[in-house]
Write a protein that binds this ligand. Structure first.
Ligand SMILES: Cc1cc2nc3c(=O)[nH]c(=O)nc-3n(C[C@H](O)[C@H](O)[C@H](O)COP(=O)(O)O)c2cc1C
Length: 318
């Protein structure tokens, strides 16, 4: 099945269910339309003579992956799509050589997900009840996940349309981030960095990874797309920590642009849900596979032998 067909079938399937609204964005939904608009603002410089065969494999924070295309953090709608949905997603991602990233709530079967052998990362929200937040950190850590992510951008919870979804959160201070660092033994990633100031503080707190993200339009309205701020964030982060990006990425061309902006990994939120809803584990595998194949074509036709060679000068503002 073609990528567009998976997206169409998956979204149509989800829209018929009472979880369909989870695909929408906060308040005016500006962030969703702006994500696509900004991604489309960049064209690609072709350098095809002597075109390289491209290798999409990468090693990031100790994990070897066949593709820089990974799942972004989600738990909530997946068991509602399919009872054993998280295990199906894990299966599909493992077969694609990718990584699963769980979110809120911490999946009850997190240990089973880890046992499938797929690389696993897990996010934790900045719960107002900090004791509970630390318990969640300990819980995912003892389940054996490879990386832990902290949603620094969920300080005012999450919101879709006018409905507050998570409301039990409050912003973390630099001191608290340092405390979290002391408690976490895996690589630690701060998600939702959209400014030089937060990048700077994240590094000061000891982050191994900076996830540039507007949370796929589930936190504040009128946040920029990562590409509007990544050049300034790279200045701070380059050589100090790994950079990851998500928010609106749908095609291999989008992922290529994310790598060119300096990310080592690019996350997909809704496309994973579409893949699962359309075809279960095989749908998820196919989404990653097709996007990786598209990425490979772009890398080859721009003389980029591997993802480290996808450079910023390969993008031309439209
Ligand atoms: C239904 C849904 C649930 C989500 N749950 C979480 C979560 O628990 N934790 C988190 O950090 N991000 C969560 N996100 C945000 C995603 O991790 C990701 O940042 C966003 O979806 C990327 O944008 P995209 O869907 O356009 O690819 C969720 C997104 C969706 C659509």
């Amino acid at each position: 099945m073609l990528l567009t067909e998976i997206y169409k079938k998956g979204e149509a399937e989800l829209r018929t269910r009472d979880i369909g609204w989870l695909l929408d964005g906060v308040e005016t939904e500006f962030v969703i339309s702006n994500n696509r608009r900004v991604l489309d603002q960049f064209t690609v410089r072709q350098r095809c003579i002597d075109g390289a065969s491209a290798d999409t494999g990468c090693t990031v924070l100790g994990l070897e992956l066949k593709t820089p295309v990974i799942m972004s953090s989600m738990t909530m709608p997946i068991p509602a799509i399919m009872e054993d949905g998280l295990l199906q997603v894990a299966k599909g991602l493992k077969e694609a050589g990718s990584l699963i990233w769980t979110g809120t709530p911490v999946p009850q079967n997190l240990k089973d997900i880890v046992a499938t052998g797929v690389p696993v990362a897990a996010n934790v929200k900045p719960l107002i009840n900090r004791e509970k937040m630390f318990e969640a950190i300990d819980e995912v850590q003892s389940a054996g996940v490879s990386w832990i992510g902290i949603e620094i951008d969920s300080g005012q919870g999450t919101k879709i349309h006018d409905r507050q979804v998570a409301s039990d959160c409050s912003p973390l201070s630099l001191e608290e981030l340092k405390e979290i660092r002391k408690r976490v033994f895996t690589p630690l990633i701060f998600k939702g960095v959209l400014s030089q100031e937060d990048a700077d503080k994240s590094l000061e707190a000891g982050a191994d990874g900076i996830f540039v993200s507007n949370h796929g339009a589930h936190t504040l309205d009128y946040l920029p797309h990562p590409f509007q701020v990544m050049d300034e964030i790279v200045e701070i982060v380059q050589g100090e920590a790994v950079m990851l990006v998500d928010s609106g990425f749908r095609r291999g061309s989008d992922v290529f642009k994310g790598l060119a902006f300096g990310a080592q990994l690019v996350g997909l939120g809704r496309p994973i849900l579409y893949g699962l809803a359309a075809h279960g584990a095989e749908g998820v595998r196919q989404v990653i596979h097709e996007i990786t194949r598209e990425l490979e074509r772009f890398m080859s036709m721009t003389g980029s032998v591997d993802s480290k060679h996808v450079k910023r000068d390969l993008l031309i503002k439209a």
